[in-house]
Write a protein that binds this ligand. Structure first.
Ligand code: SF4
Length: 218
């Protein structure tokens, strides 16, 4: 099965996001810069939103631009992210910043291959930055996004990345990705999806297969 936008209640998801999304996360501020988004996505790799939320404002205040981060000793960046664990990400931020400065005039590139060439930037991070910064019609697929779409469409071995990208409404990549991320974190959770209260339940293949209150690993 190849999901298409017509198969998915995009507007219901976006409406849910408008009412219930985590709009106050610091990396979602209206005046955020692409570099701040990139830093957030690097820090969020393998770390909880709650943990990053506590450290992120101080890190971007101290290193607000690629020039500032590139000029800092890597040990300083490493120390700044140490409380999050995985100190390597301090090096990722510093070396990515240096690459942005050296090859892109200090501006985070919008091109996917250029993003992927930056240190510590993988496919999810590149797609997330493109969607969040420039509303590109891509949807990074992390565990939350994969779980929601796999359940909804009963995917079984299909290419989830392609399925997710196909669902992004024109010019709304920057809403669609965080909507799916938040929905997966708050409603369609790994162990206790709230199918009874879910705004997507009408056509979800998974709805009703789990009794209220029952936990699942599906
Ligand atoms: Fe997830 Fe249940 Fe909603 Fe389907 S009905 S999207 S499984 S919470």
């Amino acid at each position: 099965m190849s999901p298409s936008p017509g198969d998915f209640p995009v507007e219901r998801l976006l409406s849910w996001y408008e009412d219930h999304g985590r709009h106050d996360l610091p990396w979602r501020a209206a005046d955020r810069t692409p570099f701040e988004v990139l830093v957030a996505e690097i820090l969020l790799q393998q770390t909880t939103v709650a943990a990053v939320t506590g450290r992120y404002p101080a890190i971007v205040a101290r290193y607000p631009t690629p020039a500032a981060a590139a000029a800092a000793p890597v040990e300083d960046l490493t120390a700044a992210v140490a409380p999050l664990g995985l100190e390597k990400r301090g090096e990722y931020v510093q070396r990515s910043a240096a690459g942005i400065l050296a090859r892109h005039g200090g501006d985070v590139p919008a091109d996917r291959d250029a993003l992927l060439s930056l240190h510590g930037v993988g496919e999810y991070t590149a797609d997330a930055v493109r969607a969040l910064c420039w509303d590109e019609p891509v949807c990074g697929v992390d565990a939350n996004v994969e779980r929601v779409l796999t359940r909804y469409f009963a995917l079984d071995g299909e290419d989830v990345d392609a399925a997710a990208d196909a669902l992004v409404p024109d010019g709304r990549g920057g809403e669609f990705l965080p909507a799916l991320l938040d929905f997966g974190a708050e409603v369609c959770t790994a162990r206790s999806p709230d199918c009874a209260g879910c705004p997507l339940a009408d056509d979800c293949a998974f709805a009703g297969t789990v009794a209220p209150g029952e936990s699942t690993t599906g």
